[in-house]
Design a protein. Structure first.
Length: 126
C-alpha cells in the first residue's frame, strides 16, 4: 500500500494542484459498533470485541492514533478554510498503544483480561 500512496503523491506533486493527504490513524467506529453512529461497514482487526479475542501486532507498546470518522469529516470540512495545505495533514482524536486500548476496552465492557483470549503477539523481522 505504501508504494501505491507514494506513486500517487509523485503524480500529485507534478500537477501543480494544492492537495493534502489526511493521516487519521485507525477509525474508532469499528470498536463501538453497533452502539455508535457510523457510516462504515463492520470490520474486525487487532481487537475483536464480539469474540473477545485480541491479536496485537508487535509488542503492543507502540503509539497508535485513533479517530472517530464523524470527527474526521468535521476536521476535513474545517481544513478547507486553511490558508495553505501541507502534503500530510495529521488528524487524530486519541493517541495510545494497543495494550492500553485493550485495557480501556476491558474497563468499558467490564471484562477482565482473563476474559479476553490473547493470540500470540505477532512479531516482525525488519
Amino acid at each position: 500500500m505504501h508504494a501505491f500512496q507514494e506513486a500517487a503523491n509523485v503524480e500529485l506533486r507534478n500537477t501543480g494542484l494544492e492537495w493534502t493527504r489526511f493521516a487519521v490513524g485507525y477509525f474508532l467506529d469499528y470498536y463501538g459498533m453497533p452502539y455508535i453512529k457510523t457510516h462504515l461497514r463492520p470490520l474486525t482487526f487487532v481487537v475483536d470485541m464480539a469474540n473477545k479475542t485480541v491479536a496485537i501486532p508487535g509488542t503492543g507498546k507502540d503509539p497508535m492514533a485513533f479517530t472517530y470518522s464523524l470527527d474526521v469529516a468535521k476536521f476535513m470540512e474545517a481544513a478547507l478554510d486553511l490558508p495553505k495545505w501541507e502534503e500530510t495533514t495529521f488528524c487524530y482524536g486519541e493517541k495510545t498503544t494497543w495494550n492500553s486500548f485493550v485495557q480501556m476496552a476491558e474497563e468499558a465492557t467490564g471484562r477482565r483480561t482473563c476474559d479476553l483470549r490473547f493470540h500470540r503477539t505477532i512479531g516482525y523481522d525488519l
